[in-house]
Design a protein around this ligand. Structure first.
Ligand code: TYD
Ligand code: MG
Length: 459
């Protein structure tokens, strides 16, 4: 019989302590320890120390293990399939995180309907909305799948009973923070509840071979609410993000046991649900303001796919106090760094200028290969020199103003050529070892000054 005991658990990192503390020793956050009932006696973590000869598996030679290609369930959304690494793996537990209202429920309901349309039973469990609310959403999305079962339930035991009865081929839990297990006294969404419920769902997914998608809320700080350890427990973690005021939504994989991470799928939220964006570069460049100073197109990689995005800079004199450096869609700390390089190496007097940098379209770019484009957009706006609208720029900038080699240059150049750009400015080091397409002129540069001369024309 398990004995009940009290413990204090950090809601941020899962650190456990027998007494309350103001500051968590694990993650150094304040006021995150919350009282929870501990189960002792069952000792589930102690199994590893017991020598149990019956259950221990024998080591095998790696060459003797049969490799099976996982049969994957493909949805009708190539964008989602790609982010998952080629489709849904049976028995996988996938976590989808994102801000409230970003479209997680919409995406998963659409996926559920697509699978149900293939005559595979799907169970959609909503702990947040009633069945009638889900029905309203389904009507909006034009869903008429017979095999799609909807259940409004928060008790884990009842959820499991239904999974056993319906025997679905795909399960959605919306959201993990609303599901609770009865014999744990802490509130739904607390560390113990989330951890226990997730591990039980993991067991079901693995033993029955059912893929389960769980929705997780995101906290103010941007991580999935509940413990970080939730991300460690599941097979894949996807983030659904985007700016609320933009219609574009980006599905990003940050962990994937069955495929590459940093893959990106782009969707657009329409009146009738999410639609895939198969040609992101075209969409991102649609509203480009040609002939304006401060605008540069960059060829960035998102996972295995190149995307062309416009970077905009606005440089204006500081009216009082400290100059401001603001950036949306890219790492803010790169901006002062690149401005310092421009000041020191290219002689631009930027220290008393405000700088606002923006990646158009609400995308986030986080690779250093966009450095050169950011630097050129700053220079372009500062000098009021318009760049050639047919140029695409790519390259990393070092502290001495040198332009450094970037990865996957061929794909970036091909994408630029595909979209009809006439010229691409790349690091000189990247010119070796491949033949560029004949439809586009490729210019290698080795310093920022050189790149400025090529794109802005020095005066
Ligand atoms: P939702 O899927 O409920 O978000 P989440 O589950 O991540 O909290 O998305 C709700 C938003 O999407 C809401 O603001 C309305 C909008 N929406 C559309 O624009 N079109 C649609 O067809 C649907 C279903 C929702
Ligand atoms: Mg929702």
């Amino acid at each position: 019989m398990a004995k009940r005991k009290i413990k204090f658990v950090c809601q941020e990192c899962g650190y456990e302590s027998p007494k309350w503390m103001g500051k968590c020793p694990g993650c150094h956050q304040w006021n995150t320890l919350v009282e929870e009932a501990a189960m002792t006696g069952s000792g589930n973590s102690r199994h590893i120390f017991q020598t149990n000869s019956q259950t221990s598996a024998k080591p095998e030679k790696i060459t003797a293990i049969k490799s099976e290609k996982e049969p994957r369930m493909t949805t009708d959304m190539p964008e989602l399939n790609r982010v998952l690494g080629g489709g849904i793996v049976p028995g996988s537990l996938v976590l989808i995180g994102g801000d409230p209202g970003i479209g997680k429920s919409t995406l998963l309901l659409q996926v559920s309907a697509q699978i149900a349309d293939k005559q595979l039973p799907v169970l959609y469990i909503s702990g947040e909305e009633s069945s009638r609310q889900t029905k309203l959403r389904a009507e909006r999305l034009n869903i008429t799948s017979d095999e799609l079962y909807v259940l409004s339930e928060t008790n884990l035991q009842d959820v499991i009973t239904q999974i056993e009865q319906i025997d679905p081929k795909f399960v959605v839990i919306d959201s993990i923070q609303t599901i609770f297990k009865e014999d744990i006294t802490s509130a739904p969404g607390s560390v113990s509840q989330v951890r226990e419920c997730t591990s039980q769902l993991m067991r079901i997914a693995k033993s029955k071979g059912i893929p389960i998608f769980i929705v997780g809320h995101v906290t103010k700080e941007g991580s999935i609410a509940g413990p970080r350890l939730l991300e460690h427990m599941v097979d894949s973690v996807l983030y659904f993000e985007g700016e609320r005021h933009h219609t574009f939504r980006i599905l990003r994989s940050v962990k994937n046991r069955f495929g590459s991470t940093h893959e990106m799928g782009i969707f657009e939220m329409k009146e009738k649900g999410l639609e895939e964006v198969l040609n992101p570069s075209e969409i991102f460049l649609e509203e480009r303001s040609q002939g304006a100073a401060g605008s540069i197109v960059v060829a960035s990689m998102e996972g295995t796919r190149p995307v062309l995005v416009e970077i905009q800079a606005l440089i204006s004199p500081t009216s009082f106090g400290n100059p401001r450096r603001m950036a949306t869609g890219l790492d803010t700390s790169r901006v002062p760094l690149l401005m310092a390089v421009l000041e020191k190496r290219a002689g631009l007097l930027l220290q008393n200028q405000d700088a606002y940098i923006k990646v158009a379209g609400g995308v986030k770019l986080d690779e250093p290969a966009i450095d050169l484009a950011v630097a050129l957009s700053i220079a372009s706006s500062f000098r009021e020199q318009v760049s050639n609208g047919d140029d695409v720029v790519v390259g990393e900038v070092g502290l001495t103003g040198e332009v450094r080699r970037v990865a996957r240059i061929e794909q970036r150049v091909q994408e630029a050529a595909k979209l009809g750009f006439k010229r691409v400015i790349i690091p000189k080091k990247n010119l070796e070892g491949w033949t560029p397409p004949s439809s586009i002129e490729v210019v290698g540069v080795s310093t920022v000054q050189e790149a400025m001369q090529v794109t802005l024309g020095d005066r």
